[in-house]
Design a protein around this ligand. Sequence first.
Ligand SMILES: [Fe+2]
Length: 297
Amino acid sequence: MKGQILSGFLAPHPPHLVYGENPPQNRVKSTGGWESLRWAYEKARESIKKNKPDVILVHSPHWMTIVGHHFACVPELKGRSVDPIFPHLFQYDFKMKIDTDLAKLCCEEAKAEGLTAKLMQNPNFRVDYGTIVSLHMLNPDWDIPVLPISANNSPYAFSLDAGQEQMIKLGQATKRAIERRGVKAVLAASNTLSHLHFSEEPNPPEDMSREHVQSDAQYKWDMRVIELLRNGKIEELKKIYPQFIQEAFAEVKSGALMWMLSALDFKPIKADFYGYGTVIGTGNAVMEWKNSAGGAL
Ligand SMILES: [Fe+2]
């Protein structure tokens, strides 16, 4: 049976969301916070529970690789992941099953696209917090195999254009690998939108009276981008993408969103908007692109 992508998610990864939720895996406890974003993720969780994918693939900017695109290829990874910037918020004991067959096919197809690609086979690999937060927020039961994909550093080390071109090829390679593997897959683009943030933390960190957008200009950029995505205007998004990234310091520069949209063939799907919220001033949206929605050109 030919595999298929059921849907793609914009799945931002501030560790504050896990910290605010207080799952048993996180050793640090809070009194809550960032509810509007966490409740947005509940809608994504419902959708995943309903559609029962065989695998969730996640592209995270915090697994950055300098040479090529890497695919986790160890049957099970477990350990404790600590956020290097927010170690007081995120000390998470993770355990995940990896679809290694899909990893191998992704690697093969990426090479066929002319990309440098590699399987990550270190059994003691410590998974980054971006991958873990997005996956936890989408499926806290961890009962679906996953496939973490690294973010090649080319958008930063080389150029934005060359980097995004790589992500487009990676998306196409991912799609073909899913089809060959014969699985129902969900894609998670682990990206914040605007990314300028505060430099001082309140005490306690979850004091929501101190949470707000970092700047009005940044907020307006986020709303403009979300509005395009809600209306399936992908071609228009591509046109403003470089300016958005530059002016809002957007984390989508690292490639996850472009990878996901490419895997969905840049179809003009009207994304379902589940919620928006700031975390230390950065803009975060939880959205879903249902592949079956198709989108008319
Ligand atoms: Fe990040």
